[in-house]
Design a protein. Structure first.
Length: 143
């Protein structure tokens, strides 16, 4: 199985969608706990509509997002705290269900995980992959 990741930090919506299309992505899995953005074009409804026009499906998996304490740790570069907080998040029943859905979807078609951070190592995307699909080939897309 192959899984893609992408962050929209510093990107325009047009460039972001073009990068997904170039990589052959068919499904964008939004793993933000709060799928809203101050960045134009990246709040869930606006983004989902633009993706649909480009032939890319969108699914929101809020249960796989990072709780506030984890987001704060990520902003401060505290990967130890982020890892601990996110591991606890993944133990929740709703996160386990969403993770199983994600794995099934990613097996069926090219899927990219979406979050804000450009660097996947500073984001929970990498922790998510390591926890729920450790054997997957990971491809990080950059805009």
């Amino acid at each position: 199985m192959k899984i893609f990741t992408i962050g929209y930090e510093g990107a325009t919506q047009a460039d972001f969608i073009a990068r997904l299309a170039e990589a052959g992505i068919e499904l964008l899995a939004d793993v933000r706990a709060v799928p809203l953005s101050r960045r134009p074009g990246f709040s869930k409804n606006v983004l989902a509509a633009a993706l649909k026009e480009a032939g890319i499906d969108y699914v929101g998996l809020k249960a796989l997002g990072t709780p506030p304490e984890g987001r704060e740790a990520a902003r401060k570069g505290r990967s130890d705290i982020l890892s601990r907080v996110y591991a606890a998040q993944l133990e929740l029943p709703e996160a386990q269900l969403a993770a199983a859905q994600l794995v099934d979807m990613a097996r069926e078609r090219p899927t990219a995980l979406l979050c804000f951070e450009r660097d996947p190592c500073a984001c929970h995307r990498s922790l998510l992959i390591k926890a729920v699909m450790p054997q997957a080939e990971t491809v990080h897309l950059f805009v």
